[in-house]
Design a protein around this ligand. Structure first.
Ligand code: UDX
Ligand code: UDX
Length: 464
């Protein structure tokens, strides 16, 4: 079937950019992105495309080109489902915070709600595409709900996991390493559904980069890919601690290791810890699945990646306290960066949240500057941890508009996100306005040790 009308449920970090690129590359397909969050949809429709709710380099221009032509954002979920031949489900699947699997399993509440809504509304056959990252065999549950509550129409389920990374989402979507489509190739209808989605991507992705598998392989590949990536970060972070003890330099080690073509140089940057909405959630999910099959060794193996990451965040904060003469009580500490990586305003699971929380427990006064994250988000992130009252978070954490303001009269600085602009700062001026001795802790290995030390700052970087 040639697809002419696509609906995507969920206008978030995945749904928004993915649909914008599909609309740009397939002018013959009408793409409607729907969401229950009215404010979010209103922002996607803001006349000034710079105000769309997600910051991604290059995204605003694509939205500007396609919006109103064949890209639409709406809260009218029912009519969008009704019109579409293909429906992407791109709602969030957070880690469960209650009941069985609490703290590990993915909460599929929103996925199930979507399935029930589709079943209720659909009057014609639909292809349902899982875009959200899901536990293996979710497609089976989806199919069960759709087939048993629907109006007798036929549903084909495909798994099409998203591999875009935030901050480079547009480039990743335009030039993907691979597009993965899982479906039921054993039936004619299954084959047709797979081909329909292949045809959509074939508008801009070379055929050899479009990979088709069975549904379960596709679902598991997404969890595996994220687990492998996160594992590399935890591996180099484990080495970073050893480097600090032995006099090795983690950057040199990473380079030497990465030059082995079997290993490769990417994802070997030591840091204050990985964040983001996916790595932790997907690994916990993998651990939960392994445990539920009784595969305890498999579960323990992957859980260690998370344990190492938690250790890295805590260790960084402990190092700060120890270096500042074992107390940060009442001391002003400037945090540069709050987003979980550069070029995004997303803060989910950002290491900065945990470092700030730890320092607040030690009675520090925190001042934060991030070029893209709004103050309300920073307070919401801290409130979510429930460590102290939201009133206290607001008195003890200040959010300011420049790095210079954040660092003035501070005892120490922590660089927590690798924003390019931090490299260009006038570090001499910053040093002059700090209390002495002035300390800087580089959690991203962003700054040149020699240059910073020459200015007079006491410098600590992860991994040497
Ligand atoms: C996605 C995936 O869905 C997740 O599984 C993956 O691992 C990471 O990326 P993301 O796009 O980052 O999530 O989530 P988010 O930005 O929270 O967007 C989800 C949107 O779905 C929200 O705007 C929310 O309002 C919307 N939603 C949620 C609905 O429209 N309907 C619902 O029933 C639930
Ligand atoms: C990740 C996957 O890369 C992507 O394919 C998947 O679809 C979603 O999850 P994302 O979380 O957006 O993407 O960003 P990513 O670039 O993977 O970074 C994740 C975290 O790891 C960030 O906090 C980043 O700073 C950190 N990281 C990454 C390191 O600390 N060192 C590295 O070498 C690489």
């Amino acid at each position: 079937m040639k697809i002419k009308n696509i609906c995507c449920i969920g206008a978030g970090y995945v749904g928004g950019p993915t649909m914008a690129v599909i609309a740009q590359k397939c002018p013959g397909i009408k793409v409607t992105v729907v969401d229950i969050n009215e404010n979010r949809i209103a922002s996607w429709n803001d006349e000034d495309v710079e105000n769309i709710p997600i910051y991604e380099p290059g995204l605003a221009a694509i939205v500007k080109e396609a919006r109103g032509r064949n890209l639409f954002f709406s809260t009218e979920v029912d009519s969008a489902i009704d019109e579409a031949e293909m429906i992407f489900i791109s709602v969030n699947t957070p880690t469960k915070t209650y009941g069985i699997g609490k703290g590990m399993a993915a909460d599929l509440k929103f996925i199930e709600l979507c399935a029930r809504q589709i079943a209720r509304v659909a009057k014609t056959d639909k292809i349902i595409v899982e875009k959200s990252t899901l536990p293996v065999r979710t497609a089976e549950a989806l199919k069960n709900i759709l087939d048993n509550t629907g109006n007798g129409v036929h549903f084909q389920i495909l798994s099409n996991p998203e591999f875009l990374a935030e901050g480079t989402a547009v480039q990743d979507l335009l030039n993907p390493d691979r597009v993965l489509i899982g479906g039921d190739a054993d039936t004619r209808k299954g084959k047709d559904a797979i081909q329909s989605l292949v045809d959509v991507y074939a508008n801009w992705v070379p055929a050899e980069n479009i990979l088709t598998t069975n549904v379960w392989s596709s679902e598991l590949s997404k969890l595996s890919a994220n687990a492998f990536l996160a594992q590399r970060v935890s591996s180099i972070n484990a080495m970073s601690e050893l480097c600090e003890k032995t006099g090795a330099d983690v950057e040199e080690v990473a380079k030497a290791v990465g030059m082995d073509s079997r290993i490769g140089p990417k994802f070997l940057k030591a840091s204050v810890g990985f964040g983001g909405s996916c790595f932790q959630k997907d690994i916990l999910n993998l651990v939960y699945i392994a445990k539920s099959y009784g595969l305890n060794e498999v579960a323990d193996y992957w859980e260690q990646v998370i344990i190492m990451n938690d250790h890295q965040k805590r260790r960084f904060a402990v190092k700060m306290v120890q270096t500042l003469f074992n107390t940060v009580s009442g001391k002003k500490i400037a945090l540069l960066g709050w987003a979980f990586k550069k070029d995004t305003n997303d803060t989910r699971e950002s290491a900065a949240i945990y470092v700030a929380d730890y320092l607040l427990n030690e009675h520090a006064e925190i001042v934060v500057y991030d070029p893209k994250v709004k103050p309300e988000q920073i307070y919401a992130d801290l409130d979510y941890l429930n460590t102290r009252s939201s009133g206290e978070n607001r008195t003890r954490v200040k959010v300011v508009n420049t790095s210079y303001e954040a660092t003035r009269d501070s005892h120490a600085i922590a660089v927590l996100t690798e924003w390019e602009e931090f490299k260009q700062l006038d570090w001499g001026k910053i040093y002059e306005n700090m209390l002495k001795p002035a300390f800087i802790f580089d959690g991203r290995r962003l700054l040149e040790r020699k240059a910073i030390e020459e200015i007079g700052l006491k410098f600590y970087a992860i991994g040497n």
